[in-house]
Design a protein around this ligand. Structure first.
Ligand code: ARG
Length: 560
């Protein structure tokens, strides 16, 4: 039984959906006020009544039943008390029965959702700036699948542009096969950085690079072979990180995939009279929408990032017939997305409304910002490895005799990186701190993982009995049960708001409530008649935390 939903469905506010009401229902900080509270303030305006009057009227319409034991109206809030025994029975039996599926649903059955995320640039470092798009996108991908959607993960590779001409030029001048084969992205990046340094002295290099790029475009075999090789090397390097972070894609169609699909977009724009010339370039004027023009072709006839994105959107609609297409990309690109979404709308693509830019804030390391061109970049791989190492040292100190220390350190270190990136509302800029994300007492994944290990340790000493009595739960138990009952709704609203942070915060909330229960109530030593119930509650907590963490891509060690 989903208590919040059960209550939400019984609150009749005209024109407001049960989902919206569900999102407004809160658990009051002081349980004596009720188990759930519904604030009526925001309806005062539309209903032209005071919140106090609204609460009173709603109260009169909601009878108590076997689930809702009491409804009261207090200062503009509608407060609900639920039957705790019913809550306990319903919640525990559902979680233990559904197991790894608890929280999943078929909400998205028959719907397709494309997710463009991570979208790395070939031969460029996979740096800390790509952390958010990768883990946010990965989490959303899992969440939507869990909700029954047909999710299509797309890595829109940055594999097009003059930088590949630069790279070939640099490779021909200063590189060799062995060096690049061994060094991977790092070696390619060094070549790229050197090219920029040397081109400052010798501008002829830029002409050479342009000529090489042209040869790629014209299908020159040698240049394309080099380019494909750079691509393979990059993806091989990046795959190591994807494996650690449990990231998967269904398509790697990148920008160059659209080379031959742009002409039809340009033709259509011209046919529809949207293309105008401006200083030799072909643009779509967006002044009427308060935006600078969207450039479609440069004066030399070359295409742009936006041109390729338009071809990609049209291709995706045709190929996947998506209900929604999400772009998990930093907010720096806000304008880019607004522009090409608008151009597609002007072309009469009614599905342009289904394109969503899921924007997120910047991640920086405590040490400060970095730039690719100058070469002082922080590789994501290094950040992850450093977290794993630090985790190893902490674990080794706390529990030197633990088996599988390497594996546990990997789960803890990787979890710390993911959770660190997902814990805050996605639009916030964050500063990544190793000490903060690895704090055992903080709002961290390791705190949650440690809580899981604690629960697992209890359960390794006693099994949940096949049947048990459910007593009137105490406050700690009731609070934990309410939190566990909220998981399905948390997953749904995380998907609706594209906010995996809801799930990360939820994990910490459940872990805190479990720990309070663990320290205040005896479990193994509890008297008969309570013990079975408490063991079941422990097992249910572990199950829910496992489900929640796995949606974020975080593993749970058995022991810590
Ligand atoms: N490769 C781009 C970058 O790193 C991100 C691409 C995002 N996806 C898209 N369809 N534009 O900046």
């Amino acid at each position: 039984m989903d208590y919040k939903r059960y209550i939400a469905e019984r609150i009749p506010v005209e024109g407001v959906s049960a989902n919206e009401i569900c999102d407004l229902l809160a658990v009051p900080p002081d349980p004596s006020m009720g188990d759930y509270a519904f604030p009526c303030f925001r309806f005062a305006k539309i209903l032209r009544k005071s919140p106090v009057a609204i609460a009173e009227e709603l109260k009169a319409k909601i009878p108590a039943d076997e689930v809702i034991s009491e409804v009261s109206a207090v200062n503009g809030y509608l407060n609900f008390k639920v039957s705790k025994v019913g809550l306990a029975e319903g919640t525990l039996s559902r979680i233990l029965k559904e197991g790894a599926n608890y929280g999943s649903s078929d909400l998205g059955a028959g719907k397709t959702i494309c997710l463009d995320y991570s979208s790395v640039n070939i031969a460029k470092p996979f740096h800390i700036g790509h952390l958010s798009t990768t883990v946010l996108g990965g989490a959303l991908y899992r969440i939507f699948k869990y909700l029954g959607y047909n999710a299509v993960g797309i890595n829109h590779l940055g594999d097009y542009g003059t930088q590949f001409g630069k790279l070939i030029s640099a490779y021909r001048r200063w590189g060799n096969r062995e060096l690049v084969e061994q060094g991977g992205i790092r070696a390619l990046n060094e070549l790229y950085v050197r090219f920029h340094r040397e081109a400052e002295e010798d501008p002829a290099l830029d002409d050479e690079a342009r000529a090489y790029f042209k040869r790629i475009e014209e299908g020159d075999a040698e240049c394309n072979e080099l380019f494909e090789w750079f691509k393979r090397l990059t993806l091989k390097d990046v795959q190591k990180i994807y494996d650690l972070l449990d990231i998967h894609f269904d398509s790697y169609a990148g920008e160059s995939f659209y080379s031959d699909k742009m002409q039809s977009v340009i033709d259509e724009l011209r046919e529809k009279g949207l293309l105008v010339e401006s200083r030799g370039a072909q643009i779509v004027d967006l002044e009427a929408y308060g935006m600078p023009p969207c450039i479609i072709l440069k004066s030399d006839g070359s295409s742009l990032y936006a041109t390729r994105d338009m071809a990609a959107a049209i291709y995706r609609k045709k190929t996947y017939d998506f209900d929604k297409c999400l772009y998990v990309v930093a907010y720096q690109q806000n304008l880019h997305f607004r522009q090409f979404f608008k151009v597609l709308e002007l072309m009469g693509k009614e599905w342009a409304k289904d394109l969503v830019h899921v924007a997120y804030g910047m991640v920086s390391l405590e040490e400060g910002a970095m730039s690719t061109r100058k070469g002082n970049v922080v590789f994501l791989e290094d950040v992850i490895n450093k977290c794993i190492e630090k985790a190893y040292r902490i674990i080794d100190e706390k529990n030197p005799s633990l088996e599988n220390k390497e594996k546990v350190a990997e789960q803890v270190g990787v979890g710390a990186v993911i959770f660190g990136a997902l814990y805050n509302n996605k639009i916030k800029d964050i500063t990544f701190s190793y000490d903060k994300v690895l704090n055992f007492e903080g709002e961290t994944s390791v705190y949650v993982q440690y809580t899981c290990a604690r629960a697992a340790s209890v359960l390794s000493r006693a099994e949940v009995p096949a049947s048990y009595e459910v007593p009137q739960p105490c406050d700690e138990e009731a609070e934990l049960l309410k939190a566990l009952a909220e998981f399905p709704d948390t997953v749904r609203s995380a998907a609706e708001k594209y906010e995996p942070s809801y799930i990360a915060r939820y994990c910490v909330d459940v872990a805190q409530k479990f720990n309070k229960f663990y320290f205040d109530c005896k479990i193994l030593q509890a008297e008969e008649g309570v013990r079975g119930f408490r063991l079941a509650l422990t097992a249910a907590t572990l199950q829910v935390l496992r489900n929640a963490l796995s949606l974020l891509g975080i593993g749970v060690p058995e022991k810590m």
